[in-house]
Design a binder for this molecule. Structure first.
Ligand SMILES: O=P(O)(O)OC[C@H]1O[C@](O)(COP(=O)(O)O)[C@@H](O)[C@@H]1O
Ligand SMILES: [Mn+2]
Length: 643
């Protein structure tokens, strides 16, 4: 071992005792059961439903409550206590409103604190004391530890403990303590969260999801195609920027752009008012319960057309300067017969309806009007100077990656592009050809380069971010083409079809999944491929567990727009020391429903994999680091003390 490294290490561990204590500590930790991993995906801006799943740990909180109190509590009591753990602030207010006198309330406080402590003690049984301490409400650590670790079996200290409870209540600290303990419980039931992509688009609050993730104790993100689109916009890709605004307009979410990220839409609105009118194809999909006036709808409809046309124009030069993107079929503006309002796509002629080509010059259809160019320039400036946007995008980059190998599983939002024979699909980029893991690594390198160089807007790296959103070999898109244009202007549904990469039928096959895991140097006997991206149509009998259990698809289905096609509100996955469990969620109504009626989106669990022996920390990614550290410390002991 490098002596310089050992000398550095010796600065921190400067006595024999310190080294030995740390070795014992790390050895002990690595023999604890592994913590619970929680997998969610396709959140699509649905903050309310997401935070519910996070707060209830996909059913883990209630399960623990049941295990502890089933014998002594009614279902109603269990539900009430669960609601208190999920939404402590609101539930306490409801209880205060219901209990008629102070004495009753104080009694409730006394019992509730005791129950919370019991639950915490149970939920933390597989953690070290130090880990639990870090999860406790800071200002109450001392008294909570006193109450948690009562060791006196003689009852001599009973009056002492009672006095602690009494003081907490009489000093007006009960509410805060209960709230703090509820959050401790939430934190203890899930050790680490994986977000398998698509935080952004369609739903109204992606920013609140981002803020929640930023404050979460332990998380990683596998980017989804929609997340990459937002990264691309921030990194200087005008076409990605046009796309995110178009999708926000389409889903009546322009507030996210204007109010949340502070981007001025006025120049775009002025342009839209000048060239566009009402158009049934571009009216926004309204969010339930969102009151929008006719005038606002008209405004959004105009903005929607303006930005969609800018997007289509911006696609052309990229397709032309990157022939190996193989997207010449998508040069649609050039294939339009502007006199007859028709288009020829793949040999078939379609009539165009609800067109809005006022800014298109049929001779040079890709050319932006000077006004359009200026609007995009201003928008990009605004996006790149939004403080909140910078914070959220930096976090996406820091915690995110295109794929992740974690505790033996391969996590990826979309797919591993394959050909019909099940070989890794090849893509040529400039003069080199890539496939499989190498291709994904190259994509990620380009994306990181584009992000680090936001001032470069037409270089290959920036174009590549857009390719990852929509290209045929993208591991996040996984389809041959994105038929956005067709869905706006052509009635015939045949033209809307997006052909999927062969991966999506081949992934049913165990051998293929094994091959993919080998491509990533993983052990196919133990691991799984975990995907999001495609809603699992439970209604039509589709199963989220495929390939003899090697493949798990957990599109969260949080997106309301897709719930009628899936029949459920999606899946999440839990992986604890006993094995893997898939959780199917019913539609989430509202927080109020959980609080008042105790209706918790019933989660149905299905065992995917059972560990033969309880899995320990030492067998995990974190454990690997611990074992490395132990080995370093042993070297240090040897080097300094000849042991
Ligand atoms: O229904 P929308 O929101 O217009 O989006 C449809 C588009 O979204 C996509 O399904 C991609 O989004 P997902 O990653 O959520 O599937 C495209 O394939 C399709 O063209
Ligand atoms: Mn997706």
């Amino acid at each position: 071992m490098d002596e310089q490294f050992l000398d550095l290490l010796a600065e921190k561990y400067d006595t024999e005792e310190k080294i030995i204590t740390e070795i014992i500590n790390l050895e002990a930790i690595s023999n604890l059961p592994k913590g619970t991993e929680h997998f969610v995906s396709d959140l699509h801006g649905e903050f309310q439903a997401f935070q519910h799943v996070l707060r209830n740990g996909s059913g883990t909180v209630k399960e623990k409550i049941k295990e502890l109190f089933r014998e002594v509590w009614t279902d109603q009591e269990i539900n009430d206590f669960a609601a208190l753990v999920y939404y402590p602030e609101e539930k306490i207010q409801l209880v205060i409103g219901e209990l008629s006198n102070k004495q009753a309330l104080n009694q409730w406080y006394r019992l509730t604190i005791e129950h919370m402590l019991k639950l915490i003690s149970y939920a933390s049984s597989k953690y070290t004391r130090s880990k639990l301490r870090k999860a406790l409400p800071e200002q109450y650590v001392y008294i909570v530890e006193e109450l948690l670790y009562k060791t006196d079996s003689t009852n001599n200290k009973d009056p002492y403990y009672e006095e602690i409870y009494r003081q907490i209540i009489s000093l007006g600290q009960a509410d805060n303590l209960i709230i703090g303990l509820a959050y401790t419980t939430q934190r203890l039931v899930v050790d680490h969260l994986h977000v398998v992509g698509d935080i952004y688009d369609r739903g109204p609050y992606p920013d609140k999801i981002m803020d929640t993730l930023i404050n979460y104790h332990s998380v990683d993100i596998q980017w989804g195609n929609h997340d990459v689109l937002w990264i691309g916009a921030y990194a200087g890709s005008l076409v990605c920027l046009a796309n995110i605004i178009r999708i926000c307009a389409r889903y009546d979410n322009l507030d996210i752009i204007e109010d949340v990220y502070g981007i001025n839409l006025r120049p775009l609105l002025n342009l839209a008012e000048k060239y566009y009118d009402d158009n049934p194809s571009f009216r926004p999909k309204l969010q339930a319960g969102h009151n929008v006036s006719e005038q606002e709808i008209l405004q959004i409809t105009k903005i929607h057309q303006a930005i969609a046309m800018i997007q289509f124009k911006l696609e052309s030069p990229i397709i032309k300067r990157r022939p190996y993107f193989n997207m010449s079929e998508r040069l649609l503006l050039e294939q339009i017969d502007y006199d007859n309002n028709e288009i020829n796509i793949c040999g078939k002629t379609y009539l165009l309806e609800n067109t809005c080509f006022a800014t298109v010059n049929p001779q040079k259809p890709e050319q932006l009007l000077e006004e359009e160019r200026q609007v995009m320039e201003k928008l990009l400036f605004s996006v790149q100077h939004s403080e909140k946007m910078a914070r959220h995008m930096n976090f996406l980059m820091k915690k995110g990656s295109l794929y992740l190998k974690y505790n033996g599983n391969l996590l990826i939002h979309g797919c591993i592009p394959l050909d019909e024979e099940g070989n890794m699909e090849e893509m040529q980029i400039e003069d080199k050809t890539y496939a499989g893991r190498q291709l994904l690594d190259v994509f990620e390198d380009y994306l990181r380069y584009a992000f680090a160089h936001p001032e470069e807007t037409e270089d290959l790296a920036t174009d590549m971010v857009w390719y990852i959103w929509t290209g045929e070999c993208s591991s996040l898109f996984g389809k041959r083409e994105m038929t956005t244009f067709e869905r706006y202007f052509i009635q015939d549904k045949e033209a809307h079809k997006e052909r999927k990469n062969p991966y999506y039928h081949l992934r049913e096959n165990e051998e293929i999944c094994r091959k993919i895991m080998q491509e990533f140097d993983m052990n196919p006997d133990h691991g799984h491929v975990i995907n999001g991206h495609t809603p699992v149509k439970e209604i039509s009998g589709e199963s989220p567990v495929k390939a003899n259990g090697k493949m798990i698809v957990i599109d969260g289905g949080f997106s309301k727009a897709y719930q009628s096609t899936t029949g459920i509100a999606g899946y999440t996955l839990l992986y604890n020391s006993f094995g893997m469990q898939l959780v199917a969620h019913k539609k989430f109504n509202s927080k109020e429903d959980v609080l008042c009626n105790g209706t918790d989106v019933l989660s149905l669990k299905r065992l995917v994999d059972k560990e033969l022996a309880r899995k320990l920390v030492r067998e995990t990614n974190v454990g690997e680091q611990l074992l490395q550290k132990i080995s370093n410390l042993k070297d240090l002991l040897d080097y300094r003390y000849m042991k």
